[in-house]
Design a protein. Structure first.
Length: 346
């Protein structure tokens, strides 16, 4: 819409078209705001994304149904993590409505609302990651390594804060000024950490196929891949300061969300089906055929089938924190050296 284009031009420092008679007064704007509209006050083609996000809920509920079956033996915390995603979904609805009504803008452009809502996704992923890790034995760490890990953890916060302060104080050297709707460091951290955590979760789910003697969990890893790509689409959209000229990428993100939820639901069904066959005393040949599709099913597993983790929970948390901060700083300030994010017709 014209009002959305003007807002993007103002934020990006681009030449502005005349605003006369283009922006309605506040009462008219509030009257015409559609909380479900992606990028305007009236429904248009880009609202396909909103519809797809709504549709994605149905296969996700099917995923939750199968994961929650007792015979599937999904780690309890991980199962709760998948369920907790509903908190993120239902939090973004009122947040999006509030952004439209209060700020006459999309949620992605209101940083404090955007970051708060997205933090629920990070919590979801962490619950899934640590849920699968909890079902595995922690590695034995020598005392000297424990000390070095503790020192690194203690020093990471001051180093991170100093890096943020130094980076933000060098704004005078950047060729471009940040638009007003640029994501803050904390909001970028939420996005980057979510991508990291989902990849870690995919790896843990793959390994869970070995510890559970059900190779169909590997299908869940493949089913999770479109959801990760969906997150990459979201970050790409933010990389271009949520420009209306690339709002089509939100529709791609929404489609991948539907597709990813569907593939995960199907994978969960196959896991349930296999376990149900075992419970119903299916033929030994059938079970062995399904579980031996991967010859490495028990590689590196101990007698109980549990594969020790490579790092402690604290080490993993520190790595996620440090890499999220550093990557966020590089993205936030690094793109100011490029003209591409500021091209409104890209």
């Amino acid at each position: 819409s014209s009002s959305n284009l003007i807002r993007h031009q103002i934020r990006s420092g681009l030449p502005q078209i005349s605003q006369v008679n283009l922006l309605p007064d506040a009462d008219m704007l509030l009257a015409n705001v559609s909380p479900w509209s992606v990028d305007g006050t009236t429904l248009n083609a880009t609202d396909i994304a909103a519809s797809l996000f709504g549709i994605s809920l149905f296969p996700y509920l099917l995923l939750l149904f199968f994961l929650a079956r007792p015979i599937v033996n999904t780690p309890k915390m991980a199962n709760f993590g998948f369920q907790f995603l509903l908190a993120f979904v239902f939090a973004t609805i009122p947040a999006g409505i509030y952004a439209k009504v209060q700020y006459q803008d999309i949620l992605a452009n209101i940083d404090w609302l955007h970051g708060t809502a997205e933090s629920l996704l990070t919590i979801t992923n962490l619950l899934i990651v640590y849920g699968f890790r909890k079902s595995r034995p922690q590695p034995e760490v020598p005392d000297d390594k424990q000390l070095s890990t503790q020192v690194m953890r203690d020093m990471s916060i001051p180093i991170i804060l100093a890096t943020i302060v130094i980076s933000s104080s060098l704004s005078s050297i950047f060729p471009h000024n940040e638009p007003l709707n640029a994501l803050s460091i904390p909001t970028w951290m939420v996005h980057v950490s979510s991508l990291q955590e989902w990849l870690i979760a995919m790896k843990l789910v793959w390994e869970h196929s070995m510890t559970s003697n059900n190779s169909r969990w590997k299908g869940m890893t493949w089913g999770m891949l479109p959801s990760h790509t969906s997150g990459v689409c979201a970050c790409t959209y933010h990389l271009f300061y949520n420009s209306p000229s690339i709002s089509w990428i939100v529709a791609v993100q929404a489609f991948l969300t539907v597709f990813g939820n569907s593939t995960m639901a199907y994978a969960a069904y196959r896991i349930f089906q296999f376990e149900n066959n075992k419970r119903n005393n299916a033929s030994v040949e059938e079970i062995n055929s399904a579980s031996s599709s991967d010859t490495d099913a028990n590689i590196n597993a101990d007698e109980t089938g549990l594969i020790p983790l490579n790092e402690t929970d604290g080490e993993l948390a520190t790595k996620i924190l440090v890499t999220s901060v550093l990557a966020s700083i590089v993205v936030k300030y690094g793109e100011l050296f490029s003209d591409i994010p500021f091209d409104p017709v890209w």
